[in-house]
Design a protein around this ligand. Structure first.
Ligand SMILES: *[C@@H]1O[C@H](CO)[C@@H](O)[C@H](O)[C@H]1NC(C)=O
Ligand SMILES: *[C@@H]1O[C@H](CO)[C@@H](O)[C@H](O)[C@H]1NC(C)=O
Ligand SMILES: *[C@@H]1O[C@H](CO)[C@@H](O)[C@H](O)[C@H]1NC(C)=O
Ligand SMILES: *[C@@H]1O[C@H](CO)[C@@H](O)[C@H](O)[C@H]1NC(C)=O
Ligand SMILES: *[C@@H]1O[C@H](CO)[C@@H](O)[C@H](O)[C@H]1NC(C)=O
Ligand SMILES: *[C@@H]1O[C@H](CO)[C@@H](O)[C@H](O)[C@H]1NC(C)=O
Ligand SMILES: *[C@@H]1O[C@H](CO)[C@@H](O)[C@H](O)[C@H]1NC(C)=O
Ligand SMILES: *[C@@H]1O[C@H](CO)[C@@H](O)[C@H](O)[C@H]1NC(C)=O
Ligand SMILES: *[C@@H]1O[C@H](CO)[C@@H](O)[C@H](O)[C@H]1NC(C)=O
Ligand SMILES: *[C@@H]1O[C@H](CO)[C@@H](O)[C@H](O)[C@H]1NC(C)=O
Ligand SMILES: *[C@@H]1O[C@H](CO)[C@@H](O)[C@H](O)[C@H]1NC(C)=O
Ligand SMILES: *[C@@H]1O[C@H](CO)[C@@H](O)[C@H](O)[C@H]1NC(C)=O
Ligand SMILES: [Cu+2]
Length: 554
């Protein structure tokens, strides 16, 4: 509570320094907090005792210092999802990629350097499965003296989609890793931490958003769920997408939204319907958490709120079509800068794999084997020390630089009948080296090895333009002819469609060590990740900044 007052006074102080990048400071105390949901209590990991955690508010170009203090009994790291951290990978957060964990009883002062991000971003734990409860919004408002590329909304509403397990999340993860099969499914999906009216135990606590008729509200949405892409809608209301992943989009009117874990979407809601109460709902499969939007005023509401229509749980077209419909704003104030001359062409296959079970046990994966996952057939073997630290100090033996530009074997990636001999991956800690200012075209190729499924791919340290996508195998001759190089959306997380492909482009102008991974937690655990190292450029302003003195040690 004290912290909250402190933050408000700091923000008030900001107003006296117009149009200048400001320094904002927050304190994050990571702790175990006793929480009751779905009629059962357990200790969860929180920041400042809150689930979801506190919202960080800043303006475009600000620098935010967050003092992360670990008062819990387990290791933790925190990642500022979607913040590029120009030349400063030290605070990026992924465990053993850019830092060693913050151990119990120690702290780490993290610097979040905002540059051209504007809109909704978020922060979350980036060690084991702690992000299930350790996450919150990071809201980047326009600079003082500038405004949104749309009329100022009447008010803002956070919409944080999450997943809740009755079991301790650490136990869920450990059981999953031991059994080698799929993880125990979550017991509920949540909106702003509440399971909603579908669950008797949370019926009373369901979040109710009170709105006035005839206004425009801005929904700042993130999918903080661990393992699911979600559909979201509000009964009887159209939504207008105006941004995603901290960049504006052309306004897109839609009845529903498809959102990947890791992705953020900014939406405008016009309260232009009759006075009543309406469900806001998200779903995956048959779970269905709901929050209620209730119009203010004196009227007789229908007996129960109206439910929105959501696409069927297996409607790949609904997800793919929504994702393909996003376009950059591409205006004078928010121009695009799509790389046209490409210096690095990469094709990365995304595979679900299986491994032999081991000596004595039976595993929960197909044919009694255990699941694994890989990119270009390499399951990432996470080191026990930070790759960034090893790179900076020129330490040998922590990683190799042989991550392949293309899949090692060419076959019909999306075939319905794949030989099971392709299921077993290789394993290693390989990075891909990029030179400063390389212009990269990376095609993610979904595969049907073991099972074809969407993969929400996330890149740290850069935003990328999503220039193309399709179903089936990428065709190097034909498909680039249909690229959108005019107004492709600028994102950091993109759902590669099931048995399809997605092409992205970015300029490697951020020297450092940057993680790239599927944002499904189970797929990260199985090894669907790799690392880019972007070398320093020739001039000093193209070099990595030095590490802070309080970098955690392994
Ligand atoms: C949490 O609090 C409840 C109610 O006070 C108590 O019954 C329960 O044992 C506590 N749980 C833990 C894990 O401490
Ligand atoms: C919720 O409560 C109702 C009424 O008491 C009961 O019929 C229903 O089975 C309960 N649902 C669950 C999931 O417990
Ligand atoms: C709401 O409307 C009813 C019927 O018109 C009236 O009796 C009541 O006083 C009103 N309540 C408020 C809070 O305005
Ligand atoms: C999905 O879209 C493809 C073409 O993009 C179409 O052939 C197919 O019928 C659609 N499926 C459904 C269920 O709408
Ligand atoms: C796909 O999205 C477009 C908007 O970009 C919409 O007009 C069209 O109806 C959608 N098609 C399907 C099959 O959902
Ligand atoms: C399996 O057993 C063999 C022989 O006892 C042993 O050499 C090997 O290390 C064991 N492998 C694993 C994965 O436990
Ligand atoms: C990679 O292989 C080594 C040696 O067999 C093994 O110890 C390690 O667990 C493997 N890593 C992954 C991620 O499979
Ligand atoms: C690849 O597999 C798909 C699905 O089984 C099939 O439709 C397609 O014809 C195959 N392509 C080639 C080139 O064999
Ligand atoms: C699968 O691949 C193995 C090894 O390459 C080969 O011996 C076998 O005949 C193949 N099976 C089928 C059904 O194609
Ligand atoms: C992956 O590599 C292993 C080992 O070389 C090989 O057996 C397997 O067929 C490869 N799979 C794919 C999909 O390339
Ligand atoms: C990197 O590319 C940008 C855009 O083309 C250019 O302005 C800049 O000078 C380049 N920097 C270096 C070090 O090559
Ligand atoms: C916490 O991190 C330290 C440093 O990397 C490591 O030695 C220790 O084993 C970790 N503890 C757990 C429980 O993973
Ligand atoms: Cu995945």
């Amino acid at each position: 509570m004290h912290m909250h007052v402190l933050i408000l006074s700091l923000l008030a102080a900001l107003c006296y320094i117009p149009a200048q990048a400001a320094l904002v400071r927050y304190k994050f105390v990571v702790q175990e907090t006793n929480y009751t949901r779905l009629c059962s209590s357990k200790n969860i990991l929180t920041v400042n005792g809150r689930y979801p955690g506190p919202t960080i508010s800043a303006r475009r170009g600000d620098t935010v210092i967050v003092d992360v203090i670990n008062q819990a009994t387990q290791n933790i790291t925190i990642h500022w999802h979607g913040v590029k951290q120009p030349r400063y990978p030290w605070s990026d957060g992924p465990e053993f990629i850019t830092q060693c964990p913050i151990q119990p009883g120690s702290h780490f002062s993290q610097k979040i350097i905002l540059s051209d991000e504007e809109g909704t971003l978020w922060w979350h734990a980036h060690s084991d499965w702690s992000r299930a409860t350790v996450h919150g919004l990071l809201v980047v408002s326009p600079k003082i003296g500038t405004t949104y590329p749309f009329a100022e909304p009447h008010a803002e509403v956070p919409v944080i989609l999450g997943e809740w397990w009755k079991n301790d999340i650490q136990t869920v993860m450990e059981d999953f890793l031991r059994r080698g099969g799929d993880p125990e499914p979550s017991d509920a999906l949540t909106i702003n931490g509440q399971p909603g009216v579908r669950y008797n135990c949370s019926r009373q606590e369901t979040t109710k958003v009170k709105v006035d008729q005839g206004k425009t509200y801005m929904l700042r949405m993130v999918n903080a769920a661990m393992n699911n892409i979600m559909f979201f809608a509000i009964a009887d209301h159209q939504l207008t997408v105006v941004g995603s992943d901290g960049a504006y989009t052309k306004p897109l009117k839609t009845n529903y939204v498809a959102i990947s874990p890791g992705q953020t979407i900014d939406l405008l809601l016009e309260t232009n319907q009759p006075h009543n109460h309406y469900y806001m709902a998200a779903k995956f499969y048959n779970s269905n958490p709901a929050t209620i939007i209730k119009y203010n005023g004196n009227y007789t509401a229908s007996p129960s709120p109206l439910l929105p229509l959501l696409p069927a749980f297996n409607d790949r077209n609904a997800s793919f079509n929504f994702t393909r419909s996003l376009r950059s704003l591409a205006s004078t104030d928010h121009p695009v800068d799509v790389p046209m001359k490409i210096t690095r062409k990469l094709l990365y296959t995304l595979l679900i794999n299986t491994l032999p079970c081991g000596n004595n046990s039976v595993c929960g994966g197909p044919q009694g084997r255990r699941f694994a996952a890989s990119i270009n057939n390499i399951t990432f073997d996470t080191p026990k020390t930070s790759i960034l630290g090893a790179y900076y100090r020129g330490m040998n033996g922590v990683y190799g630089d042989d991550f392949p530009d293309n899949p090692p074997f060419i076959f019909n990636y999306t075939s319905d009948s794949l030989n099971s001999s392709v299921q077993t991956p290789m394993n290693g800690t390989e990075v891909k080296i990029l030179k400063y200012n390389d212009t990269v075209e990376l095609v993610f190729q979904g595969t049907n090895v073991v099972s074809g499924i969407d993969h929400p791919m996330h890149l740290h340290g850069h935003s990328f333009y999503v220039v193309g996508s399709g179903i089936g195998n990428f065709d190097r001759q034909r498909d680039p002819l249909n690229y959108n190089l005019v107004d492709p959306p600028l994102q950091q997380t993109i759902a590669v469609p099931q048995n399809g492909w997605t092409a992205i482009r970015f300029r490697a102008n951020n020297p450092g060590v940057w993680f790239m991974h599927c944002h499904f937690e189970r797929h990260i655990s199985w090894g669907m990740e790799m690392v880019f190292i972007v070398w320093n450029g020739k001039t000093s302003d193209a070099n990595m900044l030095p590490p802070p003195p309080d970098m955690p040690k392994c």
